[in-house]
Ligand binder design. Structure first.
Ligand code: WTA
Length: 573
């Protein structure tokens, strides 16, 4: 630990000049004064993020959103965002959709996705972002659990929505339908063209649900995590101190709005801080990404270790072909950030990469590095001002520095999840050691208060920054006629962090061939999502199980890593 490499603070002026001082004086009540609700008593996050820039700040002409992909470039001012989201709010009202209704969005990254999201928020409904890679079964689970009344989607994706099995889903808004509509389907573009661009917002109270995001645990189906309008205090504060965002910044977050980072740090946090954001469609491509950074003169960039490792693999010559001198710093999230990545960006661009840690459940960045603070390579940094973190043992006792344990956060931060949809038991599990929220990650804190990530406590897999529940994959695998038993683990991988590996036992009469492997992989892809399909299989006669029949994933993991299997007293034979 003494050998930890340290990087000096970033030069220049920052929103936070002294971390300890800021923490000492920090009060969430002070942050409230930034928002108009503190004077008007009216709350709606879409108003604070978008309309306020037009109505109160005279910044309607400033670009809120630049959209680009390999073919298209578009831009929208704050006034445009206000007008289009008002239009969609009016469309929703026309169909009787309002406060508390669950409205999902299932489409590729595009400005229309953002208009839809903000329109949903403006009528007080609950927005449910869905990653575009989800397939029939994954969609059905989420839409039926939440009893969604409407969804916004595209002609290419709508076929995955099993209408007949979703009686509550009354309206399917199709973007780009061109008049080609099926039962319950509505032409999004035609409705938008007719709708007024003025709308009275639904003023809600701070605890009103804002969005619902499904996320995986190690057991059971995905959980619907509920966030509320009050979250904005946390979005604003982290945008200010972690992003160090200033009005006029050109900010790019590469995360998809189907995940928490894309929702909160792709649009809401930067807009609350008066920045222009970039949204890039399409897949990862090193040259196109560098071109985007160069062309838009991006000042703050937020991405993930897998993407950084892919860029590094393309070599130093490539990055040096671009003028990226506008970058002040880079942020990283979703997976452990290797010191190697930080060194590489220092060497090639002389820019620091700031690791940030958070979860769907925490709603906002929690443990981070800041421009004014030294970076200890390998550490996630320190808690955001106003947030208290600790390492606790399995009984909830706080552990001293340097001891590994459960990474925990003291409850009561503004963006904390408010509920797990229709599942109070799951919600309470996170808070079983009051006042601590137990994250499911393990970590330790050093004597200077820096936190070091160690891994997941449970079996949740993190592949290329995406969280995959082994249970969902196992359930899908055993639906295939060839498969009798399945146990799924994350196998360490130099690029993706982890890949999904499935141990399987076959049913009588099946022989494992390359063809069958492809068939099974496609079966999971088609049923769940491409990122949930195992990249590797290993066939066994039988899998290790507890006496109650639960697959012992920790034994599979030990086999994989060549480690001792540990206590086997609960194993069946
Ligand atoms: C992992 C993503 C190491 C962690 C924002 C957490 C990280 C899970 C980091 C949440 C980081 C997130 N270093 N691991 N900086 N950030 N994780 O809900 O295991 O998709 O529990 O939210 O990602 O994943 P989620």
């Amino acid at each position: 630990m003494e050998n930890v490499e340290v990087l000096a603070p970033s030069p220049g002026k920052h929103n936070m000049e002294n971390y300890e001082e800021t923490c000492k004086n920090f009060k969430w009540e002070d942050v409230e004064k930034v928002f108009s609700w503190s004077t008007t008593g009216k709350v709606n996050l879409a108003y604070e993020a978008v309309d306020r820039m037009v109505d109160e700040k005279g910044k309607g002409d400033m670009v809120a959103l630049y959209y680009c992909d390999s073919k298209i470039e578009e831009k929208y001012t704050f006034a445009d965002m206000k007008a289009y989201s008002n239009k969609f709010a009016n469309v929703l009202r026309k169909y009787g959709i309002g406060k508390g209704d669950r409205v999902f969005i299932f489409m590729p990254r595009s400005p229309k996705l953002y208009f839809s999201f903000l329109g949903i928020v403006k009528v007080g409904a609950i927005a449910g972002p869905l990653f575009e890679a989800f397939m029939e079964a994954a969609l059905k689970d989420r839409l039926s659990d939440s009893e969604a009344v409407a969804i916004v989607t595209t002609p290419e994706l709508k076929g995955r929505i099993l209408k007949d099995e979703l009686p509550n889903l009354k309206h399917i808004f199709v973007v780009g339908a061109n008049g080609d509509l099926g039962e319950r389907e509505i032409d999004w573009d035609a409705e938008m063209a007719q709708a007024s661009d003025e709308a009275e917002l639904e003023w809600v109270d701070r605890e009103t649900p804002l969005f619902l995001l499904y996320t995986s645990g190690s057991t059971g189906k995905p959980k619907g995590i509920i966030h509320v309008h009050n979250d904005m205090l946390g979005y604003y504060t982290t945008g200010k101190y972690v992003g160090d965002l200033q009005e006029g910044d050109m900010y790019w977050c590469t995360a998809d709005p189907g995940w928490v980072t894309g929702v909160v740090y792709g649009m809401l946090a930067p807009w609350l801080n008066g920045c222009s954001t970039i949204l890039r469609g399409g897949r990862f491509n090193a040259d196109e990404w560098y071109q985007t950074l160069e062309k838009y003169k991006v000042t703050v960039w937020y991405s993930a270790p897998t993407a950084f490792r892919l860029l590094m693999a393309e070599g130093e010559e490539k990055i040096k072909q671009y003028d990226l001198s506008s970058l002040r710093h880079i942020m990283s999230v979703g997976e452990p950030l290797n010191p190697e990545v930080i060194r590489w960006f220092m060497k090639t661009l002389n820019v620091r990469v700031h690791d940030t840690w958070f979860m769907t459940e925490t709603g906002m960045q929690m443990i981070c590095n800041y421009p004014c603070m030294e970076i200890k390579l390998g550490s996630m940094g320190k808690p955001v001002p106003g947030v208290e973190a600790a390492i606790v043992d399995d009984d909830g006792n706080v552990l001293p520095p340097l001891q590994m344990g459960n990474l925990a956060i003291k409850k009561g931060w503004p963006a904390q999840m408010r509920a797990v949809w229709k599942n109070p038991e799951k919600f309470n599990e996170y808070f079983k050691h009051d006042p601590w929220y137990i994250s499911g990650d393990s970590a330790y804190m050093d004597e200077d208060g820096y936190f070091f990530f160690q891994g997941r406590v449970d079996d949740v897999i993190n592949t290329a920054g995406e969280r995959v529940g082994p249970f969902e994959v196992e359930s899908k695998l055993i639906e295939h006629p060839a498969i009798a038993e399945a146990g799924v683990i994350g196998k360490p991988d130099p690029v993706r962090g982890e890949i999904i590996k499935a141990f399987i036992a076959l049913n009588e009469g099946y022989e494992w061939t390359e063809e069958l492997a492809k068939e099974v992989r496609d079966f999971v892809k088609k049923g769940l999502a491409a990122h949930a399909a195992p990249r590797e299989f290993e066939v066994k006669d039988k899998l290790p199980k507890t006496r109650s029949g639960k697959i012992m994933r920790r034994v599979l993991k030990a086999w994989e890593l060549g480690l001792p299997v540990g206590d086997l007293s609960t194993m069946e034979d």
